[in-house]
Write a protein that binds this ligand. Structure first.
Ligand code: SF4
Ligand code: SF4
Length: 188
């Protein structure tokens, strides 16, 4: 399987903005901040194979502080031994063309139930996005394009395993605020 090809396609689909213009100006680039309210330093998780195929050597991430989160210390699903976790070199000057999937998909996350893929917004987020309650301002193509990107990415087994694992946790903790299924039956 050519992971790079899949990621290139997904990055293209997901090259959309939630609203017209730079939404970061509304919130002071809240989801790019590097320090959480609780003082914790925040980084970005990469999907399985994403760092190696799309980010390594590109200059977005501070490679001297790249972390590898393994099963020993982190709660990872069976089948996933490690995930890369990195910190942006300069989160005020994003190299937008290569921003990772985690940044493209926010505030949505992929969700799978009974083999069906959807996008959800979680009730409890690491970054509270001020646009969540301003649905009338969303770009109507955003959800469609992000879902198309995830439809590519689930061709990678390990990505699918991760989504299914996180979806089960989300259901268990009742952590779903909004669901987009790609049609007209979306719900809050
Ligand atoms: S928190 Fe929301 S409004 Fe702010 S930069 Fe992120 S997606 Fe845009
Ligand atoms: S990659 Fe860009 S959009 Fe993502 S957190 Fe870093 S600066 Fe922000």
């Amino acid at each position: 399987m050519n992971y790079k090809e899949i990621f290139i396609k997904a990055y293209k689909y997901m090259d959309v903005d939630l609203i017209d213009g730079d939404c970061g100006k509304l919130c002071g680039y809240h989801c790019c901040r590097s320090i959480h309210e609780n003082g914790k330093v925040l980084g970005i998780y990469f999907l399985p194979f994403e760092y190696e195929n799309m980010q390594k050597g590109k200059g977005l991430i501070d490679e001297s502080h790249l972390e590898i989160h393994t099963k020993i210390a982190y709660n990872l699903p069976v089948g996933i031994k490690k995930l890369y976790y990195g910190y942006c070199k300069d989160n005020k000057n994003c190299i937008r063309d290569i921003r990772p999937i985690q940044c493209r998909t926010f505030p949505f996350v992929p969700h799978m139930e009974e083999g069906k893929l959807s996008l959800v917004i979680e009730k409890h987020q690491e970054h509270n996005c001020p646009l969540i309650n301003k649905r009338e301002e969303w770009n109507p193509d955003f959800e469609k394009s992000i879902l198309a990107g995830w439809n590519e990415l689930i061709k990678i087994d390990k990505v699918k395993i991760l989504i299914e694992f996180e979806s089960k946790e989300r259901i268990k903790t009742n952590n779903i605020l909004y669901v987009y299924r790609g049609g007209l039956d979306n719900e809050t």
